[in-house]
Design a protein around this ligand. Structure first.
Ligand code: TPP
Ligand code: DXP
Ligand code: MG
Length: 622
């Protein structure tokens, strides 16, 4: 039986002799590469936290103590050490989540994969423990250097640093990267602290080798201590965290398990808030990850474990369409600039950045800053394109509303991964963006139905200079081109019944246009008269949709957004405002958090497939 098989929880881990921990770490790494190469997932981040997670679960007593992982993508080792070894269905329907999951384990707390929240969670948990007289229960937050660039983290630090005796440990997992190398003033400061590695080792050496020397030991140690102070003031002035009033321990070698345990025990014993700065390597122990320039295997698909090479060939993506359009626009318009929130490559801005580095801004995991900085860039006479995943627009709603829309800023927001993403589960589906956008005065939103429409929409969006514009498209392979049979104003008619009177005006939004078309074909074959349209610009609702609705017995809208406040709601309102009372059926995503599964499985469960839409419409036409 392997060491890993003997561990069903932290108690078994604590019982392991320390001498066996390196072998356990090796087993865990081998397990991660073997398993995640089959399922896909966050291989690099988890390979980097093997020793750290072992030390955490040997020093602290989960679930009496609580360990919170920021973003949660690096919690696979935590899952292994808390009795979950079946990774065969990782991130698949019915299988283990790729993030912590309370349904899976009492050791899991934060399921939200939006970054920079862990310190706030941990502050609340720790403060709550004190109020409840449970000061003996410790709380630990593990936050990456990337997540530490998020504003929420600093709201929390501002509060935590003012606490005196809170049993709270903040572990900064510093691997110098988000996807790409972490940049900015904070990253520079962490680098300064890292360079004091010698200083810490010098101090430890002094404690081990000098202070016990007979006779001169004590005096010598005091001298060294003074020298240490001097060195520290020269090499590493009081760090920012200490300046803020936080006790700082580190930097600690994040792959030296005994050193980690020593630092964490020291932090646990300290009793007050304390920050432990841990240096790790993303992809540690797996050369294909370590040497991967792009993102050190931040997230991989199915790969060959020997070579790390992908075994799935991805087709041309929606993101590729956007990436190409941006480079072309960059050539044509010198005022177009781009902003990413630490996801240059995933959102498709890398080619633009390579071509126009001086017109590209990577603000770190800081969507709020990105959005308001964009308002500033627009004010200065440029046209910014903010590219984020749709789910992360949630973070920057107020900035979109109050900094961009209130000031009529010509800012374009491009939302990748809109609609159903799939394996990343509830906090990664981009299913609220059209509801959010729908309440922003003056905002224009386009949902391209295929690759050609992406270019058309982005070009039209950057031509809007007096209001925010949004272009949103899903994850993965781009849809095949869908030609319009005719246009009515800006609205594309995709299918026409051979009659003037129409039973149903079926509005397909974005990638759901294809779904609507196929559903219409089924209904038309049964004798129903269905007109299918793509509004192209879904917000504000085009007048032509209202005009076309006048000739229809009922209207139906298909959208991969939550039904509440989505395009269907907006169309309903537009019809009612125009005095039309046809029934409107809205086929969208339920107001529920949708578990991880494949994109197709989630859409199927939401009845957003052609068959389901046709069936539901058929019932209404009966
Ligand atoms: C608000 C938000 N924006 C963007 C992301 C996408 N994202 C997931 S992990 C990650 C990088 C995290 O870097 P770090 O915190 O350093 O963790 P590491 O992967 O290095 O362990 C990003 C940008 C996110 N999860 N949340
Ligand atoms: C946690 C994290 O990294 C997410 O942002 C997610 O994994 C992105 O996945 P995709 O880029 O594959 O949609
Ligand atoms: Mg990092």
């Amino acid at each position: 039986m392997s060491l890993l098989e003997r561990i069903d929880g932290p108690r078994d881990l604590k019982a392991l002799p320390a001498a066996q921990l390196p072998a356990l770490a090796d087993e865990i790494r081998a397990f991660l590469v073997d398993q995640v190469s089959r399922t896909g997932g966050h291989l690099g981040p988890n390979l980097g936290v093997v020793e750290l997670t072992i030390a955490l679960h040997r020093v602290f007593d989960s679930p009496t103590d609580t360990v919170v992982f920021d973003t949660g993508h690096q919690s696979y080792v935590h899952k292994l050490l808390t009795g979950r070894r079946d990774f065969s269905a990782l991130r698949k329907q019915g299988g283990m989540s790729g993030y912590p999951s309370r349904a899976e384990s009492p050791h899991d707390v934060v399921e939200n994969s939006h970054a920079s929240t862990s310190l706030s969670w941990a502050h609340g948990i720790a403060a709550g423990r004190v109020v409840r007289g449970e000061r003996n229960r410790h709380t630990v937050a593990v936050i990456g250097d990337g997540a530490l660039t998020g504003g929420m983290a600093w709201e929390a630090i501002n509060n935590i640093a003012a606490e005196d005796d809170l049993p709270l440990v903040l572990v900064v997992n510093d691997n110098e990267r988000s996807y790409a190398p972490t940049r900015g003033g904070l990253a520079d400061h962490l680098a300064t602290l890292r360079t004091t590695r010698g200083y810490e080792r010098f101090l430890d050496w002094g404690k081990r080798n000098v202070s016990r020397t007979p006779v001169v030991g004590g005096a010598m140690y005091e001298t060294l201590h003074g020298v240490k102070k001097g060195i520290k003031d020269i090499v590493a002035p009081q760090g920012m965290f200490e300046d803020l009033g936080l006790k700082y321990i580190g930097p600690v070698d994040g792959h030296d398990e005994p050193a980690l345990e020593a630092a964490l025990r020291k932090a646990r014993a300290f009793g007050g808030p304390v920050l432990v700065h841990v240096l790790t390597q993303k992809g540690r122990g797996y050369d294909p990850a370590i040497t991967d320039e792009a993102d050190q295997f931040h997230a991989v698909g199915v790969i060959n474990p020997e070579t790390g090479l992908p075994l799935e060939i991805a087709g041309r993506s929606w993101t590729d369409e956007f990436a190409e359009t941006m480079v072309a626009l960059g050539e044509e318009r010198r005022d177009v600039v781009a902003i990413t929130a630490a996801m240059m490559m995933p959102v498709g801005l890398q080619p633009f950045c390579d071509r126009f580095p001086e017109r590209t801004f990577d603000v770190g995991i800081a969507e709020q800053h990105a959005m308001t900085m964009a308002a500033g860039l627009a004010f200065s006479g440029l046209h910014p394109v903010v590219a984020v995943y749709a789910t992360f627009l949630n973070r920057a709603f107020d900035q979109l509303l109050m900094d961009c829309a209130l000031h009529r800023a010509g800012v374009t927001v491009v939302l990748d991964r809109s609609g159903v993403t799939g394996p990343d589960g509830a906090s990664h589906h981009g299913m609220w963006d059209m509801t959010i956008s729908g309440v922003v005065p003056g905002l224009h939103l386009a949902a391209p139905r295929d690759g050609q429409q992406v270019a058309r929409a982005v070009r039209a969006a950057v031509a809007i200079d007096d209001a925010p514009s949004v272009v949103r498209f899903p994850k993965g392979t781009v849809a095949e081109p869908i030609e319009a049979v005719r246009t009515v104003g800006g609205v594309d008619v995709l299918a026409e019944p051979d009659a003037d009177a129409v039973d149903v005006l079926l509005v397909g939004v974005g990638s759901m246009a294809a779904t609507a078309l196929t559903a219409a074909e089924k209904l038309t074959a049964e004798g129903h008269r269905v007109r299918v349209v793509d509004p192209v610009w879904a917000l504000p609702v085009p007048d032509e949709v209202v005009t076309l609705a006048r000739a229809a017995g009922r209207v139906a809208v298909v959208e991969d957004n939550v039904v509440v406040g989505g395009i269907g709601s907006q169309v309903t309102q537009a019809l009612r405002d125009a005095g039309l009372d046809q029934p409107v059926d809205v086929f969208g995503l339920p107001k529920r958090f949708l578990e991880h599964a494949s994109r197709g499985q989630v859409l199927d469960a939401a009845q957003l497939t052609p068959d389901a839409v046709a069936t539901r419409l058929r019932d209404r036409l009966a």
